[in-house]
Design a protein around this ligand. Structure first.
Ligand SMILES: N[C@@H](CCC(=O)N[C@@H](CS)C(=O)NCC(=O)O)C(=O)O
Length: 218
């Protein structure tokens, strides 16, 4: 039986789990959850995730929510892929950046996604709030300074090899251009993302999410 992914493809958190599954060559089925129509609030979906948020993975009777946990579950199906190393310190380096994603990077990107994409494009509910953008720019630069500095001398987030950390942090970059992230000073982030976005699975997932391939060049 194939793994089922309940996702709203325009979201970077959906992209994250779809791209990991695609990269690993895992057979999976898409169950669209239209957040604009409020499908995440249906009793059927709330029974899968009481948070009423996607993404959710279902593998037979097993249900898992939280995008980074889903990535780990998928990687555990293909231990030879190296996406989640078995060596303890190497694995903790990956999970450390996944925690950092949820605590710092994802919220910093989310401000720009909300103001420049969700509000004007998805909800058609008005123009970006420039006070929120100014505050968001300060928060974004604080975390982007950390990631950019860390990437110096590293091909991928944790070193020479691709891991879940690249999928976790790279997924928000799929909206970098559309959401106007203030990336101009961050050459290392741009260099790293151009490598990650060139992965065949990345390009395939961009197409599945109806995202322009040009987003790769953010
Ligand atoms: N930390 C969660 C965040 C999930 C999340 O916030 N999903 C949003 C969309 S990106 C959602 O489903 N929102 C629905 C709502 O707020 O009603 C994860 O990474 O899976």
């Amino acid at each position: 039986m194939s793994i089922e992914l309940y996702v709203f493809p325009p979201s970077p958190r959906a992209f994250k789990v779809m791209a990991v599954a695609n990269h690993l060559g895992i057979d999976w089925t898409l169950h669209p959850v239209d957040l604009v129509k409020g499908e995440q609030k249906s009793p059927e979906f709330a029974a899968l995730n009481p948070n009423m948020r996607m993404p959710v993975l279902k593998d037979g009777d097993y249900v898992l929510w939280e995008s980074n946990a889903i990535g780990q579950y998928l990687a555990s199906k293909k231990p030879g892929s190296g996406l989640l190393p078995s060596d303890e310190r190497a694995r903790l380096d990956v999970t450390r950046w996944q925690f950092w994603d949820l605590a710092h990077w994802d919220p910093a990107c989310a401000t720009f996604i909300f103001e420049y994409v969700v509000k004007p494009v998805v909800l058609a509910s008005g123009e970006p709030d420039m006070v929120a953008i100014a505050r968001g720019t300060e928060a974004f630069c604080r975390v982007a300074d950390v990631l950019d500095g860390h990437l110096k001398g590293r091909k991928f987030v944790t070193g020479d090899t691709l891991t879940l950390a690249d999928f976790s942090l790279g997924s928000a970059m799929t909206l970098a251009e559309l959401a106007h992230y203030p990336l101009a000073p961050y050459g290392e982030i741009k260099r790293w993302y151009s490598t990650v976005s060139a992965l065949p699975a990345w390009q395939k997932t961009l197409a599945q999410c109806a995202r322009p391939a040009a987003a790769a060049a953010a």
